[in-house]
Structures are given as structure tokens and as C-alpha cells.
Design a protein around this ligand. Sequence first.
Ligand code: AMP
Length: 214
Amino acid sequence: MMNIVLLGAPGVGKGTCAEVLAKKHSIPHISSGDIFREAVAGESELGKKVKQYLDRGELVPDELTVEVIRQRLEKDDCKKGFLLDGFPRTIAQAESLKKFSKIDHILNFTAVKKLIVERLSGRRTCRKCGAIYHIKYFPPKLEGVCDKCGGELYQRSDEAPDVVMKRLAVYEEQTKPLIDYYRNEGTLTDIDANYPAEEIGKIIEQCEEAIKNG
Ligand code: AMP
């Protein structure tokens, strides 16, 4: 089975790797952050409930988050495996996950804080097609304009400097304890994510190795 969890601070690069891994193994990439952001953008009932938390960089309450993920994992496309990105984020979420799913591999992405802050605060997103750029590491040809569709690039509200700092503090406080929790269970592998975007292959290799050996 290939039920995989990617653990790590926001901005560590796990989302990008998740997309590559999911495609390679033909399993769905399930990002709790993406689910919530889409709900907010679509102004759904869920979106209305979670917007305030996302805007502040705080965690959505466990009960609601767990229910959203539980329902997502019940879908047919998860039968052969899945890649969870951004869930679980608290010990309580991990305990709940254990009750409805068995996780085979936990990949713990690590990078130095300076790199993480730089990545998060330099990120720009296209309003029209969602493409992601970085002002230093992956700039568009024309400043503020999407290469792919010509749409306007903007900084996500939860990537404004003060919210970035809040999200990192929340990670330290609430999510980091999960590293020891899973390490004690023996399912965790550390992934060194201190590589620039063009060397993503080096990170993917470590993930593949962990999946193979796990
Ligand atoms: P992310 O893109 O994974 O950093 O998630 C963006 C935001 O969505 C977070 O700052 C939280 O407000 C919310 N969120 C995502 N995943 C979770 C989770 N597992 N538990 C609680 N809140 C979450």
C-alpha cells in the first residue's frame, strides 16, 4: 500500500514534491490547505467556517479538519493509496487519522528556517490560472505577469510577512511534536529539503528511497 504523509513546516517545499510523487505513483495528492483555500474562494459553507483561521495563519479546529479529510479519503481514488500534504498537523489529528486509515510512510521534510521564510515570502501566485512563481528563485519573464496566461501575479494573503511568521510559530508549537510521535512508531524518514527548486530531483530521490525501503 502507498498511504503516505508528508510532514514539515509550511514553505519547506513539500507541496511541489507531493505533486511530482503523486503523478509518478498515480495516487491523489491531498492537500488540506488547498481544500480549505478552494472552499474559501468558492464561498462554500466550509469556506465560510474556515476563512478566519486561514486569514490569521491559525489552524482550523481539529474536529472540522479531521472530518474533511476523512470524507476525502473515503473516495474511490484513494483505494490504491494517497499522499497527504499538510495533514495531520496536531497530535489529536494524528490520533484520529489512525482510527480510519493506516499510514505506511511518513516523510519528514526539513530545511533551515532562513530558506523557509525566503521561500514563503517570495512566492507569487497567478490570480487567473494559479501558477506559482518566486521573485528570486523562479521569477516570471515580466514582473507581476504570469508567463503561462498573462494573468496578474499576487501575494497570497497568508503569505504576507506577519502571517508567515504566525504560521511558522504554529508549526513549531503544534505540528513539530508529531515528529517524535511518528518517530517513536518507526514509520518516519527525514528528508533533507535544503535544495533549490531546480534540484528537486535530489529531494524526490530521497522520498523514493524511503518509500521503497519502508
Ligand atoms: P497550508 O497550505 O498547508 O500551509 O495550509 C494553509 C492553511 O490552512 C493553514 O494555515 C491552516 O489555517 C489551514 N490548514 C491546512 N491544513 C490544516 C490542518 N491539518 N489542520 C488545521 N488547519 C489546517
